[in-house]
Every structure is written in structure tokens, then in C-alpha cells.
Design a protein around this ligand. Structure first.
Ligand code: PMP
Ligand code: GLN
Length: 395
């Protein structure tokens, strides 16, 4: 018998690491794991380096986060969304959004409770729910045209007396949907009626392409008091390795998250906290220019993939494009990804590991790479035979 606790058996692999390892082994272009191939803003790097050099960042920061970062995270929520949080009681800093998500679930969900997750999901959600001894209840997004949408009637049917929380993610990884005000309002009515908490993962809040608009669900009437909103410096400032995240919510929920989080990593990295604090106070122009630049790359990749005969879904937010390759004869995205890696030297992410089998033909590609890297990937794909000539070919 393996020593790993049984409830974690299903969660041993990380498809992101596996695909990055495969890309490195094959010398393939890696459009799989979502990390930029250029650094974020120089001024933020200098702040982190200075905090190491002058020693201010080299010992344990305060338990719940550096006050200047707690202030900056709350000022950011106020400036962008008109959401008011008190930094000393209604916010907490963590080691990336990942730690805060796990801490929120562990703090708010009892063993045996149910947590609704949208399917396809981000991989750490069901694992966090399992760690808490609770049960993840997947509710699939609906596909209409080139968009995946929230299915509130299905969420309603999935709710039971054991449902404690819903894990929301908007902009959504991997579908790249930004849920609309109408969708979120319908959802809000339901969770308020049923007295369910929402843990809202909004790490891609600034990676949104007009006309899509990011709306934190906490903004809707009656939602602030039942929502923990989570953000991350990794996405907004292109420093995914720094692992600085924040959560904001009403004092009672944040007090609970603080208790659990302090027993996970105790504190988060000293030198990076003042740097992310400065980033959160950047003028709006930084964020809009960042999104505009990503939008250009989105067009480059999405257009190229479409020309290759794949069905390309809309990217309203995030730095991902989702495709379906059934038209090329592939029912299995995982097999298609394997074929691409070996035949074209390009790696992407199959969506199958993030679902219960409903989305097996989908593949996710990231465009947070330099233009010439995207162009090389597309060139290599153009030169390869992408069609499935195998025995399982679709009729
Ligand atoms: N949520 C989603 C939807 C993500 O894509 C990521 C990226 N890894 C995270 C959370 C985790 O963010 P962090 O790196 O800040 O832990
Ligand atoms: N969030 C990134 C992605 O979805 C990286 C995930 C990870 O490596 N855990 O690709």
C-alpha cells in the first residue's frame, strides 16, 4: 500500500509539469503551462532586489502579510471595483493564489461537506476539496457557439443540504470565458437563496479583452458578505515564480482563512511583498497596455490555429486559447497533444484531466510568449501533418 493518504490518490500528477517536462525533453516549443517567457516590470524587480540587499525582506514578514501589501491589495479592490475592505481584518497575503485557495477551503469547509466546482476546473480545486475531506461536485459549463457559459439551473440542481461553498473562477481557466454580469447575477441569487459561500478565484482579473469586462462577484448585492475573492501577482505582473497572492472578504471569513493559512506556510516571501504592493498601485495604463499587448498575441495564436483547421473558442480573458480538433479526426485531446509534441515539436495542454470526460477533445494553448515563439510554433504546426490517420479515426 502506498503511504499517500487515500483521499489524495487521484491527484498525484500535474499535467502542467508533465507537459513542461515533455517540452524540455523534446526541445519542443512550450505553449502548455501558463507562464510568460519575459520578465515583468523592471521597477518591481528592483524593489525585490533592494529588499534583499538592505535586509528589509530577509526575515519573517508579519504573519498575515506586509501591511503595505495588505493596504495596496485593498486599495486595488477599491480603485478597480469600488469594493471596500479593511486591510487589518479583511485581507490576507498568501504564497500565491494557490495557498489561499487551499486555506479558504480548509478553513470554511467541513469534512463531508460538498463544494461545487465548475467543469472544466483548474487542477488544484478538487485536490483542495479532497484535502479538506469534502466532496467536489462538478457542474459543467455549457458550450454555445464559441463560448462556454455558466449553467445556473445545473448549479441549482447540484445543490444539496451538504453544499457549503462554490468555487468560482472568472476569468476562467481553461475555457477563457469571462462570466457576464447577467450570469453572475443569476448565480448570486442562487447562492444567496441557498446560503452558500463563494470562493472566487480572480487571478486573471486584468487579462480581459474588450468587450468582456471583469466583474468580481463580491460587487453584487448580498455577495460581499459571503465571498472570499482571491488575486495573484503572478498573472498581473508576469512574475509567476514569486508566488504572492491576496484574499479579501468580510472579517469573519478572512479571520478563518488567516487561521488556516498561518499553519500552512506561516508567512509568504519577504522580498516580493513590497514589490507586488508597488505593482498593485501602478496606474491604470500599465494594466490596459498589458492587456492590449496580450490581445495582439491572442489574435496571432488564435488566427494561426484556426487556419490550421481547428475549432477555436473565444478568448474573453486569461492568456489561453481553447481548441477542438475533432475536425482533424481527434476525439482525444491528450492523443492530439502527444502527436503534436512528437510530430510538430509544439506542446499544449489537454483539458481531459480537468473534467469528468465531457471535454476530452479540447486542448488549451497559451499565448503569453514572445511573438517569434508563437510564430515558430505556428510554423512548425503548419509543416506537420496534424490529421489523425490512426485506427481510432472518426468516421
Ligand atoms: N487559479 C488559477 C485559475 C490559475 O490559473 C492559477 C495559476 N497557476 C492559480 C490559481 C494559482 O496562482 P498562483 O501562482 O498565484 O498560486
Ligand atoms: N496557472 C498556470 C496554468 O494554468 C500554471 C499552473 C501550474 O503550473 N500549476 O497553466
Amino acid at each position: 500500500m502506498q503511504p499517500l493518504v487515500a483521499r489524495m490518490w487521484p491527484y498525484q500528477a500535474s499535467v502542467f509539469s508533465e507537459m513542461s517536462t515533455l517540452a524540455a525533453a523534446l526541445g519542443a516549443v512550450n505553449l502548455g503551462q501558463g507562464f510568460p517567457d519575459t520578465d515583468g516590470p523592471e521597477p518591481l524587480k528592483r524593489i525585490a532586489m533592494r529588499a534583499i540587499e538592505d535586509g528589509s525582506g530577509n526575515q519573517y514578514p508579519p504573519r498575515h502579510g506586509l501591511p503595505e501589501l495588505l493596504d495596496a491589495a485593498c486599495a486595488h479592490q477599491r480603485a478597480w471595483y469600488g469594493l471596500d475592505y479593511e486591510p487589518s481584518t479583511e485581507a490576507v497575503i498568501g504564497t500565491g493564489a494557490s495557498e489561499l485557495l487551499a486555506a479558504a477551503v480548509l478553513a470554511l469547509v467541513e469534512p463531508g461537506d460538498e463544494v461545487i466546482v465548475l467543469e472544466p476546473w483548474f487542477d488544484i480545486y478538487p485536490a483542495a476539496v479532497a484535502l479538506a475531506g469534502a466532496r467536489a461536485v462538478p457542474v459543467p459549463l455549457t458550450r454555445s457557439g464559441d463560448r462556454f457559459g455558466l449553467d445556473v439551473p445545473a448549479i441549482r440542481s447540484a445543490i444539496t443540504p451538504r453544499t457549503r461553498a462554490l468555487l468560482l473562477n472568472t476569468p476562467h481557466n481553461p475555457t477563457a470565458t469571462v462570466f457576464t454580469e447577467a450570469e453572475l447575477t443569476e448565480l448570486a441569487t442562487e447562492v444567496i437563496d441557498q446560503d452558500i459561500l463563494v470562493i472566487s478565484d480572480e487571478v486573471y482579473e486584468h487579462l480581459v479583452y474588450p468587450p468582456a469586462v471583469h466583474l468580481p462577484i463580491a460587487r453584487l448585492p448580498g455577495m460581499r458578505e459571503r465571498t472570499v475573492t482571491i488575486g495573484s501577482g503572478g498573472k498581473s505582473f508576469s512574475f509567476t515564480g514569486w508566488k504572492v497572492g491576496w484574499a479579501a472578504g468580510p472579517a469573519d471569513l478572512i479571520a478563518a482563512v488567516r487561521v488556516v493559512r498561518q499553519h500552512l506556510s506561516y508567512v509568504s516571501s519577504g522580498p516580493f511583498q513590497p514589490a507586488i504592493a508597488a505593482g498593485l498601485r501602478f496606474p491604470r495604463s500599465y494594466f490596459t497596455e498589458f492587456a492590449t499587448d496580450l490581445h495582439r498575441r491572442r489574435e496571432l495564436l488564435a488566427g494561426g490555429l484556426r487556419d490550421l483547421g481547428m475549432h477555436v473558442y473565444d478568448t474573453e480573458g486569461t492568456y489561453f486559447v481553447l481548441t477542438d480538433s475533432q475536425a482533424l479526426g481527434w476525439d482525444s485531446g491528450a492523443e492530439f497533444v502527444n502527436h503534436l509534441a512528437h510530430e510538430a515539436g509544439v506542446v499544449a495542454i489537454p483539458v481531459a484531466p480537468f473534467s469528468t470526460g465531457r471535454f476530452d477533445s479540447l486542448v488549451r494553448w497559451t499565448f503569453c510568449k514572445r511573438d517569434h515563439v508563437l510564430a515558430t510554433a505556428l510554423d512548425q504546426l503548419r509543416r506537420a501533418d496534424l490529421a489523425n490517420h490512426g485506427v481510432n479515426r472518426r468516421q
